[in-house]
Design a protein around this ligand. Structure first.
Ligand code: ADP
Ligand code: UDP
Length: 255
């Protein structure tokens, strides 16, 4: 089936979504990029294709490690067919190192940092940490367990299940990246419910849109070199080139 024959459903910040069948969706990964809650926008050639390939790469690895995901197949180099889910309205963030909004919230006096974590980008977070934010509000807002429970977004057992799954995803991806000399600093994932109520990994995973990846050699010299959306957020280079570099490094090939 051609994309033009499919019913268009909606567009997110980076992907266009079509109905592929009653039970499946087709994601078209576009070249769009946004940051700062959509305030900064641009397009980079080939970004959609590289992001789709990276997401496919990680979905396959996670599935083979027993993580249940919505991934089915990639019919083209920029599209992915996935199981249609009821998305849980909570974004899940895992952090191995201090960066981004964690430090911004600390600087604003909104949070204290976990024991042993210094208020500096790149400070390691012993054993990592999980955070939750809202998904369907105009601006993502951190939410705690009590608010998640009070809103019936997840049960206590489901929070535990998702926490465990997210930690396993972190361990699998971090371990896979060792050979490529890349550090997974943090990432965001989303989960959804299947029609029979099972919680599985949704959206995209392990992409430079939703993770921070740092070059290990530079990090050990005290320099943070990002191969992810921070290149766009901080205007430090060509985003497509950084995404391509990341893909080459994780595959150890040239594309
Ligand atoms: P966003 O603007 O949220 O970043 P994207 O451009 O990534 O959105 O588009 C993907 C949208 O599709 C997101 O809102 C995401 O929650 C939703 N989504 C992801 N996986 C599924 C799924 N399996 N079923 C239904 N919706 C999904
Ligand atoms: N992230 C994401 N989508 C969001 C918010 C965060 O993919 O809506 C990712 C982000 O790219 C980073 C991690 O989650 O890898 C942690 O993001 P953080 O909370 O530090 O916010 P940011 O600095 O990205 O605004």
């Amino acid at each position: 089936m051609q994309k033009k024959d499919l019913k268009y459903i909606s567009s997110g910040k980076a992907k266009d979504i079509y109905e592929n069948s009653r039970e499946t969706l087709l994601f078209e990964f576009t070249d769009r990029v946004t940051a700062f809650d959509g305030k900064k926008k641009s397009e980079y050639q080939e970004k959609g294709e590289i992001t789709c390939k990276i997401a496919e790469y990680w979905f396959k690895i996670l599935e083979s490690n027993g993580i249940p995901t919505h991934y089915i197949e990639c019919p083209t180099s920029t599209s992915m067919i996935v199981k249609r889910l009821d998305i849980i309205p909570v974004e899940v963030i895992w952090r191995n190192y201090a960066a981004g909004s964690l430090l911004r919230r600390y600087e604003a006096g909104d949070i204290i940092l976990p024991d042993g974590v210094k208020p500096k980008e790149g400070s390691p977070i012993p054993n990592g940490m999980i955070e939750f934010t809202t998904k369907f509000e105009v601006v993502d807002r951190p939410v705690d367990k009590d608010e998640i429970l009070a809103n019936n977004w997840l049960s206590e057992e489901e929070i535990k299940y998702i926490t465990d799954l997210t930690k396993r995803i972190n361990d699998i991806i971090s371990q896979e990246l060792v050979i490529s000399d890349i550090i997974l600093a943090d990432f965001k994932v989303e989960y959804g419910r299947t029609s029979d109520g099972k919680i599985i990994l949704a959206d995209e995973v392990g992409t430079p849109d939703g993770c921070r990846f740092w070059i290990k050699d530079d990090f050990e010299k005290g320099i943070i070199t990002s191969l992810d959306k921070d290149v766009f957020r901080k205007d430090t280079g060509d985003l497509s080139q950084s995404y391509r570099d990341l893909f080459n490094k994780i595959q150890n090939t040239n594309v």
